[in-house]
Design a protein around this ligand. Structure first.
Ligand code: 13P
Ligand code: SF4
Length: 308
């Protein structure tokens, strides 16, 4: 593995490439990345790239966002099948019908959606700026929010805004078990529960902190507590533990899996070190987006970046 990592680092230099990675990637991929972050951080980083090639170690919608922001650069993704259940829940033709049947609404979409869905949106948001983005819309204007109904419910609860929600969800965050979480908390009463807003309302209600992956890392760093139960994809524990080596981090338990106490995103985990190497060597698979879609999708992303 050491050899493969070294080969990737050498290839990166030869090809003038950068690797942007999400916190849910395997540790060995995070280790060879030039930047590791949440969706907002990754989008912001993508606007600063000077390299010729961006290898995106994450899922398809993240690589698409990087391509939308960098049309002249080659954006490659180790596995094109690395999708997202939220993005898949929102097919463009159905979403277009939904928007058309609710005219005069401002359309805000969570970044976990396809470029085509973004091209139909007025604004894009991520988990770290969703409240701010929704609050930027005057109160008298009705809002459509898609595709994550759990994040949508959380925003409604926090802002008091009425929003029409699309019926999408994240398979990983919906798998957390409330009963098992309560049981675990009883055994660790000194632990603070922290959760990603893609989780269901009953999980979020138990949490001392709700926020994006970067927000959760910052919270455990600044909190005086020494123990946390972490309700998001288990990949985050690698970076989080590095940041707080003396604190105890316990992954929140999911429903189906009795052998493993944690939740993993099968899409994120499709990327492997070998696939990263092959992808960089052959410069495929490449992300391509029709130019008319890209231009339209760029507008709500740029609005979001300006507001962030
Ligand atoms: P973050 O933007 O908080 O990293 O979330 C991305 C994601 O896909 C969560 O499931
Ligand atoms: Fe999509 Fe959920 Fe995986 Fe995040 S964890 S990429 S929302 S399926």
């Amino acid at each position: 593995m050491k050899n493969l990592k070294q080969k990737i680092i050498t290839l990166k230099k030869q090809k003038n490439a950068v690797i942007l990675a999400h916190y849910y990637q395997e540790p060995e991929i995070q280790e060879i990345a030039d930047y590791v972050g949440d969706s907002l951080g990754l989008s912001q980083e993508a606007t600063k790239v000077e390299a010729d090639i961006i290898l995106f170690a994450g899922v398809h919608f993240m690589a698409e966002t990087a391509k939308i922001l960098n049309p002249t650069k080659k954006v490659i993704l180790p596995d094109l099948e690395a999708g997202c259940s939220l993005a898949a829940s929102c097919p463009p033709h159905l979403f277009k019908e939904f928007i058309e049947s609710h005219p005069n609404h401002t359309v805000i979409t969570y970044v976990n959606c396809s470029a085509e869905i973004k091209s139909l949106s007025d604004l894009v948001c991520t988990s770290s700026n969703a409240l701010k983005i929704v609050e930027s819309i005057p109160k008298n204007i009705p809002i459509i929010f898609a595709p994550d109904k759990n994040l949508g419910k959380y925003i409604i609860q926090k802002t008091g805004r009425k929003m029409l929600l699309w019926d999408g969800s994240c398979v990983v965050h919906e798998a957390f078990s409330l009963d098992k979480l309560i049981e675990l908390h009883k055994k660790n009463p000194d632990a603070k529960i922290i959760a990603h807003p893609e989780s269901e309302t009953h999980i979020l209600e138990t949490a001392s902190y709700v926020g994006s992956t970067s927000g959760m890392i910052n919270y455990v760093k600044s909190s005086p507590s020494d123990k946390f139960i972490v309700a998001t994809e288990a990949g985050i524990l690698y970076k989080m533990q590095q940041e707080v080596p003396n604190k105890v981090l316990i992954p929140a338990p999911s429903q189906e899996d009795n052998t493993c106490a944690c939740s993993e995103c099968g899409f994120m985990k499709m990327n492997t070190l070998q696939k990263v190497y092959d992808c960089l060597l052959n410069e495929v698979p490449e992300i391509t987006i029709p130019e008319d879609v890209r231009m339209k999708a760029l507008i709500p992303i740029q609005r979001m970046l300006k507001l962030s």
